[in-house]
Design a protein around this ligand. Structure first.
Ligand SMILES: Cc1ncc(COP(=O)(O)O)c(C=O)c1O
Length: 339
């Protein structure tokens, strides 16, 4: 393992409700009455005591039911980030390479460096799509694995079931696993977690950080056939989630309608902005909870003046510089329309 890996840490300008539009979390808080119902479930033991393995097992079963898979097909992690690291730890082979799109979630390349495995980059085409043919063309027996976010980050292109089956069948012939990162899947037509029952080379990664509203408590999970999951469980941290995290994630699942409502609101706003403001801005609208927008300076001045955090000065392959990336919530349409 290479510990001289180059990492950047990010100081957040704000976490304030409605202004945290930079890191793809839920931008609006839960209603205080609803959140107080959760707070009332907490006890001192949740903070004082180590969780019992039984607590992990019951959350694991709840997550399995949510996905329509078996409990032994899941391993929990402190955020999906920690499971990406474990995937690299388990699957990286010496003098080998992995494939991923570029740009991508930056931790893929950090863990590539850390586990000393070369990252072969797949470029986006002019439609900001990663072609399956580009992936297969670069795959051979030396390849340790493929990492693909679906929907992809940052442009939100999305592979359908037919494309994924084709890719998985192709990769199986080379004995190459696919890590399918579904961090943003709630904003897309469907998850492909069920395909783990058919393909033993598929690992699906999920998180409660994005649509669910749980980034602060750090909980993600990886799904695959039980035999593969044994490897992840054997290197799992002993107390992988905190007591309050276990309760919060259980509460989020019990209140799934809040997540569904937030997702519906985001999709409606994004589509409205895309259709009604397309004469005013250039807009890239993928299956994520943000938009890439390019327009005049006044919108950026307004965002900066209000101390809203978003990403700016982005360069997009084939589409040039000067883009911003902003998370979508109810109210963004009016904000952009009346700038
Ligand atoms: C594509 C993708 N995968 C994984 C993660 C990691 O999320 P977490 O560790 O909060 O589950 C992120 C976070 O931004 C992401 O964008």
């Amino acid at each position: 393992m290479n510990v001289n890996t180059f990492r950047k840490f990010y100081h957040r300008p704000t976490k304030q409700e409605g202004k945290r539009l930079d890191m793809a979390e839920r931008p609006l808080d839960f209603h205080p009455n609803q959140f107080n119902n959760f707070l009332n479930t907490l006890s001192q033991e949740d903070f004082i005591c180590y969780p019992s393995e039984k607590d992990y097992e019951s959350l694991n079963s709840k997550i399995a039911d949510l996905n329509g898979i078996q409990p032994d097909q899941i391993c929990l992690g402190a955020g999906s980030d920690s499971l990406i690291k474990n995937f690299f730890a388990i699957k990286s082979r010496r003098s080998s390479y992995f494939l991923s799109s570029f740009p991508c979630f930056p931790m893929y390349s950090v863990y590539g460096e850390m586990f000393d495995i070369y990252m072969e980059k797949i470029e986006f085409d002019k439609y900001l799509n990663i072609s399956i043919d580009f992936i297969t063309a670069k795959t051979n027996r030396e390849c340790s694995f493929i990492v693909l976010a679906n929907p992809n980050s940052p442009f939100g292109d999305y592979k359908n079931e037919h494309q994924l089956r084709y890719l998985l069948t192709f990769l199986k012939a080379f004995n190459v696993p696919l890590l399918l990162d579904e961090a943003y899947v709630d904003f897309a037509p469907s998850s492909y977690v069920q395909l783990i029952n058919e393909f033993d080379n598929l690992f699906v990664l999920k998180t409660f950080s994005k649509a669910w509203g749980g980034a602060g408590v750090r909980c993600g999970y990886i799904c695959s056939q039980a035999n593969n999951i044994k490897d992840f469980r054997s290197i799992r941290d002993s107390f992988v989630l905190t007591g309050p995290t276990i309760k919060y994630i259980g509460w989020l699942i019990d209140n799934k309608q809040s997540k569904d409502q937030y997702v519906a609101d985001v999709i409606e706003q994004k589509n409205k902005i895309d259709i009604e403001l397309k004469d005013k801005y250039e807009i890239i609208n993928g299956y994520t909870n943000w938009l890439h927008i390019r327009g005049n300076n006044s919108i950026q001045n307004k965002l900066d003046f209000l101390k809203i955090s978003y990403k700016k000065d982005i360069e997009i392959p084939h589409h040039g510089k000067g883009w911003m990336r902003i998370c979508v919530f109810n109210g963004l349409f009016n904000f952009l329309k009346y700038d």
